[in-house]
Design a binder for this molecule. Structure first.
Ligand code: FES
Length: 127
């Protein structure tokens, strides 16, 4: 928690971390780079910038629809808690650097994230 607080204070004194969202065929075809605000999750920053990341549980850490894969800056994120880790095990396309975007907060380093092609809702509907 202290790490997060210090990071938020540092972030508010200096420039805000940028989040580069790589192109996704439906949600963000051209990709985009957005700026996060102190304490804001990746999902909140994306939604504020009209990037419609699914968030079926309303960002309460109870689904996996907001799954992202962090391509750069993963180690600068706050740590995932046990609930997030358990949920990620069910995510479509899980990778070592997967996170739930509604739980991941960019503290001081820029991020590059990929939105998986599918999420568990889409997989269920399609199969
Ligand atoms: S929106 Fe459900 S866990 Fe993130």
């Amino acid at each position: 928690m202290l790490k997060l607080y210090v990071g938020v204070v540092k972030a508010s004194l200096f420039s805000m971390p940028k989040i580069k969202i790589l192109p996704h065929h439906e949600i963000c075809p051209n990709g985009i780079t957005i700026e996060s605000r102190p304490g804001e999750t990746v999902c909140e920053a994306a939604l504020r910038n009209n990037i419609k990341i699914e968030h079926a549980c309303e960002m309460s850490c109870a689904c996996t629809t907001c799954h992202i894969v962090v391509r750069k800056g993963f180690n600068s994120l706050d740590d995932a808690n046990d609930t997030e880790e358990d949920l990620l095990d069910k995510a479509w396309g899980l990778e070592q650097t997967s996170r739930l975007s509604c739980q991941a907060i960019a503290i001081n380093d820029d991020l590059e994230v990929e939105l998986p092609r599918y999420n568990i809702n889409q997989v269920s509907e399609d199969h």
